[in-house]
Structures are given as structure tokens and as C-alpha cells.
Ligand binder design. Structure first.
Ligand SMILES: [Zn+2]
Ligand SMILES: [Zn+2]
Ligand SMILES: [Zn+2]
Length: 258
């Protein structure tokens, strides 16, 4: 299985518009972070995780010419507001794309993107809307998408919940503040863990800071961990230096084999 980090930034992205901090004005390209997206590939099949605002740019950069399915972690804007860019794939070959969405957010999806999923959704002759089939899932379901079997876990994210998963030797936890105790056996011992981290210090109500993410990585005994959803308070080179050897900062465009 191949994993590509399409976007590794927090909801603001990095650089933050108008910010003059050292990271936002850095020349290091690793300090440029678009919003969260992942691509999983195996046997010619491709699964996209989240549809962030920069999705078109990310898909062009990663040379993605086809997708087989999409998995949405939760409803926050930084994870869903690029959904219209999926139109490129559903109009070129005139096929519908299955989009797996947490059941608790399905009504929000239908309301916010009513032109795709509302009762009157249709395209005018000569125009197009994304051809997306909305499929719902619940916590601890096994979701089959693009040939992958994802064992889904809902993670507390403030008063929200964000859904991650384990697939084979990979666990993905984004926008989480806590790992439910009863999900630990499912997630333990993976080769690769992807987990969200905002910054060092200052606990945040809805996200792990770096220290908390590293503690989860150790608790789950992940062989290698990649931190993502990173803010402009983290300089890539400095972060790399401060992390234990088994924990690495992810970077936009990074591809790893699992
Ligand atoms: Zn987010
Ligand atoms: Zn900044
Ligand atoms: Zn979120």
C-alpha cells in the first residue's frame, strides 16, 4: 500500500494569510502546508481521504488521474470544502464516485452541498455537478472502499467526533483529542501511524499537541509515526530535531510504502 500526504496543514493552512512569523515567511518549502488530505493506493485502486479546499492543486501535484472512492473524516470546512473538485473525475468518464461519510454528518452533507445531494439536485444540460453517491457509516463499522477494508473508529474532537481507521498496517487518526480506550487493541502495533498535532505545549480543547500525539504513538507502539494537521507554530526542521526517532513530521507530497 502506498500513502501520499496531499496536505499536512491545520485548518488555517501554512502560511497563514497576513502572518509575518518565521514559519509563514520561511524559505523552506516543507513549511508550506495545505489542508488535510491523504491518498491510499494499492493494486491500481485509489482512495482519497478528505476533500480539503486545496484539493485541485493537491491532485494536480500528485498526478492523480482517477479515483475509486472517497472517505470523509468529519464535517469541518478544512476537510470537506474542496468536494466540488471531484467533478473532474466524475465528468471525464461519466461515472459516479462512492463517498463514505459518517452517518451523523450525512444530513449536514445533504444540506451544505444540496446542489450535489439535495432532493432537487441535477445539472442543467451542458453543465455538470459532481456525480457522488453518499454512503454512510457508523463508529466501528468495517467500510469497504476502493478495495480497502477500513476498520473505523470515532475519535473525540471537542464536542465533535472525527473518524479515523485502521487498514492493514496503517492507522489514521486526524482531528482527535483522545483515543477511546476500547479502540486501543484495534490500533496497537501498526507499522505506520498518522496522527494530528498542532504545536508544542498549550493543550488545545479539540486537538492533540505534539507531546500528546507522541504519547499516543508510544502507547500504540507504532513503528513509525507521522505528525500531520500542523500549524505555523511548528518549523519543519526544528520539529524534526525535537521528535524521537520513530516520530516524523509529515510534509505535503510525501509518499511512503507500507
Ligand atoms: Zn481539521
Ligand atoms: Zn505564521
Ligand atoms: Zn476538525
Amino acid at each position: 500500500m502506498r500513502l501520499t500526504f496531499l496536505g499536512t496543514g491545520t485548518s488555517f493552512g501554512v502560511p497563514v494569510p497576513g502572518c509575518g512569523c518565521d514559519v509563514c515567511t520561511s524559505d523552506d518549502p516543507r513549511n508550506r502546508r495545505t489542508r488535510h488530505g491523504l491518498l491510499l493506493e494499492e493494486g491500481g485502486r485509489r482512495l482519497l481521504v478528505d476533500t480539503p479546499p486545496e484539493l485541485r492543486l493537491q491532485l494536480v501535484a500528485a498526478h492523480v488521474d482517477r479515483l475509486d472512492a472517497v472517505f470523509i473524516t468529519h464535517s469541518h470546512a478544512d476537510h470537506v470544502h474542496g468536494i466540488d473538485d471531484l467533478r473532474a473525475f466524475t465528468t471525464r468518464v461519466d461515472r459516479r464516485l462512492p463517498v463514505s461519510v459518517p452517518a451523523e454528518y450525512a444530513d449536514d452533507r445533504r444540506a451544505r452541498f444540496s446542489y450535489i445531494w439535495g432532493p432537487d439536485a441535477r445539472s442543467e444540460p451542458g453543465s455538470s455537478v459532481p456525480g457522488l453517491d453518499l454512503i454512510t457509516f457508523e463508529d466501528r463499522d468495517r467500510v469497504r472502499a476502493a478495495g480497502f477494508d477500513l476498520d473505523v473508529v470515532a475519535f473525540p474532537h471537542g464536542w465533535f467526533r472525527s473518524y479515523g481507521f485502521r487498514v492493514g498496517d496503517l492507522a489514521v487518526i486526524v482531528d482527535a483529542k483522545r483515543v477511546p480506550d476500547d479502540a486501543v487493541p484495534l490500533l496497537r502495533g501498526v507499522e505506520v501511524l498518522v496522527i494530528n498535532a498542532l504545536w508544542f505545549g498549550d493543550p488545545h480543547p479539540t486537538h492533540f499537541n505534539v507531546e500528546e500525539a507522541v504519547a499516543v504513538a508510544e502507547m500504540l507502539e507504532a513503528r513509525t509515526t507521522y505528525l500531520t494537521h500542523l500549524t505555523h507554530r511548528l518549523d519543519h526542521a526544528e520539529l524534526e530535531d525535537r521528535l524521537p526517532p520513530s516520530v516524523r513530521p509529515a510534509v505535503d507530497g510525501l509518499t511512503i510504502e507500507i
